[in-house]
Structures are given as structure tokens and as C-alpha cells.
Design a protein around this ligand. Structure first.
Ligand code: NAD
Ligand code: DAU
Length: 342
């Protein structure tokens, strides 16, 4: 693994993965292929050595460009996607285009050039789980967490396109012998996350004197993982994972949104209840939870950033220290939310 193409490497999780490689694997050269949509930012890669990381600005749907870039690689790690559920409810088309057609374009280039491919996906492909308390009160023994055997049941245009892209990968493995793996990870947090997403939106709301916004009652549960732990898991799968396999990535970080928001307020020195409850997301999934036993047992992976409160504190500090990174976007993002009634 000397030359790696990282698609979406100027976005949140992709750029953290590039930093992780540069910091830990001195022999690896990274080519980032990124369209720099509203979610991509060159600044996420600033300070990285030019002899280790190259940014190619382009679209993963551009067959000629993708073929040229992929030819040079030992592996492709595919992060690029349209990723925000709320946006997919407003306009699904870019999700169809990038998440399905873009993945297809990459798969074809990898197949034709026999390049190892790793597909970054999400726990959302499995749909929602019932809350733990409802499982305890129900004798039908509902599934407690997602495993690789959980049937796909996506809810939103975003998650359905991610599910579709996973299925394309599985078909390319079986039909064409593509050397591919898939990982489905839970909700990430950490530096460089776009301020449309829950945690950074609330931190930057507080920093701007705007009241934080909680969808509905805030009982929805997400399984939070620090993005650095996601990176180490992807590296383990890329280098030691079994071809054709899917691995679920999670760090046992279940929390409901109300708890997360109140923790942010408390850590930022605000009254715990100083937020607005607003209109809920349409089709809002209730709970996600990952069983990552397979990844831990087969590849010996363990998360390191398991103290959620410490991780949150560190993330808040990052947004305080990087106001220049997000300030210009804030007005645009909040204007869009306002238009959506959120
Ligand atoms: P992000 O929205 O922060 O970044 C996406 C990146 O992809 C941006 O840099 C953008 O410019 C680029 N991109 C978008 N369309 C492109 C195109 N057509 N061609 C080239 N580049 C394009 O996303 P993220 O939150 O970092 O998520 C990255 C990946 O991880 C996605 O595949 C997502 O489904 C998956 N994932 C995210 C989470 C999470 O909590 N955010 C959890 C599990 C899985
Ligand atoms: O589970 C993995 C997924 O996590 C990824 O596949 C997605 O790309 C990523 O965006 C994320 O999806 P969510 O929809 O869970 O993340 P989001 O940050 O949008 O919202 C997290 C929770 O917070 C969700 O239950 C909705 C809620 N929320 C969100 C926003 C933006 C609020 O209560 N208020 C808000 O303002």
C-alpha cells in the first residue's frame, strides 16, 4: 500500500483519514480526489507535506479523470459522497448522482485496473432500531444492535443511495472478482466536521449567540465514535481485512440527542436547558447501534477515544480555536435550515 487514492479526502472523515495516514505511515503517498463541493475544504489538508499528499480537484463521476487517477494507485478508499440526510430530503438528485453513479465509476476503474477498493459506508443502511427500553419491554426479542447479518432497510434518500452503493460493491466482488471490502460506521464526531451536522451546528450556534436546535424530543439515539477511531479501523480493514467481507465499525458510544446537546451546553458554561425544540426531521430514524465484535475479534481493532465527554470537550475547543474555518459558512447554513423550518 504505497499509493492510495482517497476520494472525498477534503471532507470531514476523509481529511481526518489523510492526517492519520501522514502521521502514522511514512511510506504511504496519498492522492486526494475531491470535487470540493460545499462540504469539501482545501483547508482541511493544509499543513500536510506536499511530498506526501496531492489534491486533485475533480468529480468521481468523471470517468476519464477517475480512470487516470485510479491507474496509478495500489488502493482506492472511497469516502466521497453527499452525506447530509436533511439535504437529501430537500433534493435527492445529487445523492443519486454522486453516491450511486460516482461509486459505479470508481468500481469500474478499479475493476479494469485490478486495484484494491475499500468502500466507506454507514450504519444507516440498516434503518432504525427500537430504543433499548422498548426491547426490554418486548418479548419478541428485537435485535439489539446492527450486525453484518441485519437486513438492509434504509429510510432516507441519503441512506438508500448508500445502501445501493454497498450492493454495487458486493455485486462487483461476486461477478468480477473485484478485491473489495466494505465498512459501515456509526456517527462520527471530531475536528473538521461541517457545521450543518448536529454537534458542530450546536457548538457554533452557542458561539454565535444562537439558541441550539433539537429535533423533536431528542430521544433519538446515535452511536458516537471519534473520527480518529474510524480512521484506524479503516486502515486495519484495508491492510488486513478479508476480501469480499463487510466490517461494522463502532465504539459503544450510544447517547440520545438531548443528552449530547445538554452536555455541549454544560461544557460551554451555558444553562443545560438553553435550547429550542424544533420541528422533527421527516422519517427520522430512532436509534442506531453497532456490534463491532467481528472487527475487534478478526482484526484486533480497538477504539482509543472512548471517553465521549473528553472527546466532546476537545471538539468544542477545536471549533473555538478555528473560527476562521467555519464563520463564513454559518450564515448560509442557518439560512438553509430556516427555509426548511429547522
Ligand atoms: P462530508 O460531507 O464531510 O465530505 C464529503 C466529501 O466528498 C467532500 O469533501 C466533498 O467535496 C466530496 N465530494 C462530494 N461529492 C463528490 C463528487 N461527486 N466527486 C468528488 N468528491 C465529492 O462527508 P463525511 O461526513 O466526511 O462522510 C464521508 C463518508 O463517510 C461518506 O461516504 C459517508 O457516507 C460516510 N460516513 C459518514 C459518517 C458520519 O458520521 N459523518 C458515518 C459513517 C459513514
Ligand atoms: O450514522 C451515520 C450517519 O451519521 C452518516 O451516515 C451521515 O453521513 C451523518 O450525517 C450522520 O447522520 P445523522 O442524520 O445521524 O447526523 P446529523 O448530524 O444530521 O444528526 C444527528 C442527530 O441529531 C439526528 O438524530 C438528528 C439530530 N439533529 C440534527 C441537527 C442538524 C438535531 O436534533 N438538531 C440539528 O440541528
Amino acid at each position: 500500500m504505497k499509493n492510495i487514492v482517497v476520494t472525498g479526502g477534503a471532507g470531514f472523515i476523509g481529511s481526518n483519514f489523510v492526517h492519520y495516514i501522514v502521521n502514522n505511515y511514512s511510506e504511504v503517498y496519498v492522492i486526494v480526489l475531491d470535487k470540493l463541493t460545499y462540504a469539501g475544504n482545501k483547508a482541511n489538508l493544509s499543513g500536510l507535506p506536499k511530498d506526501r499528499v496531492e489534491l486533485i480537484v475533480g468529480d468521481i463521476c468523471d470517468e476519464e479523470l477517475v480512470s487516470r487517477v485510479v491507474k496509478k494507485a495500489d488502493a482506492v478508499v472511497h469516502y466521497a459522497a453527499e452525506t447530509h440526510n436533511d439535504n437529501s430530503l430537500e433534493d435527492p438528485f445529487p445523492f443519486i448522482q454522486t453516491n450511486l453513479l460516482g461509486t459505479y465509476t470508481l468500481l469500474e476503474a478499479c475493476r479494469k485496473n485490478d486495484v484494491r477498493y475499500h468502500h466507506i459506508s454507514t450504519d444507516e443502511v440498516y434503518g432504525e432500531l427500537p430504543l433499548k427500553e422498548d426491547i426490554l419491554n418486548d418479548d419478541r426479542k428485537l435485535a439489539e444492535k446492527f450486525t453484518t447479518h441485519t437486513p438492509y432497510n434504509p429510510s432516507s434518500p441519503y441512506s438508500s443511495t448508500k445502501a445501493g452503493s454497498d450492493l454495487l460493491v458486493k455485486a462487483w466482488v461476486r461477478s468480477f472478482g473485484l478485491r473489495a471490502t466494505i465498512s459501515n460506521c456509526s456517527n462520527n464526531y471530531g475536528p473538521y466536521q461541517h457545521i450543518e451536522k448536529f454537534i458542530p451546528r450546536q457548538i457554533t450556534n452557542i458561539l454565535c449567540g444562537i439558541r441550539p436546535k433539537l429535533y423533536g424530543e431528542g430521544m433519538n439515539v446515535r452511536d458516537w465514535i471519534h473520527t480518529n477511531d474510524h480512521s484506524s479501523a479503516v486502515w486495519a480493514i484495508l491492510t488486513r481485512g478479508k476480501i469480499g467481507e463487510t466490517y461494522l465499525i463502532g465504539a459503544d458510544g450510544e447517547q440520545n440527542n438531548k443528552f449530547v446537546l445538554e452536555s455541549i451546553l454544560e461544557l460551554m458554561g451555558c444553562p443545560k436547558k438553553a435550547y429550542d425544540q424544533i420541528q422533527d426531521r421527516v422519517g427520522h430514524d430512532l436509534r442506531y447501534a453497532i456490534d463491532s465484535t467481528k472487527l475487534r475479534q478478526e482484526l484486533g481493532w480497538e477504539p482509543k477515544y472512548t471517553d465521549f465527554r473528553a472527546g466532546l470537550k476537545h471538539t468544542i475547543q477545536w471549533y473555538i480555536e478555528h473560527e476562521g474555518w467555519w464563520k463564513n459558512e454559518k450564515r448560509v447554513v442557518e439560512k438553509r435550515y430556516k427555509k426548511q423550518g429547522q
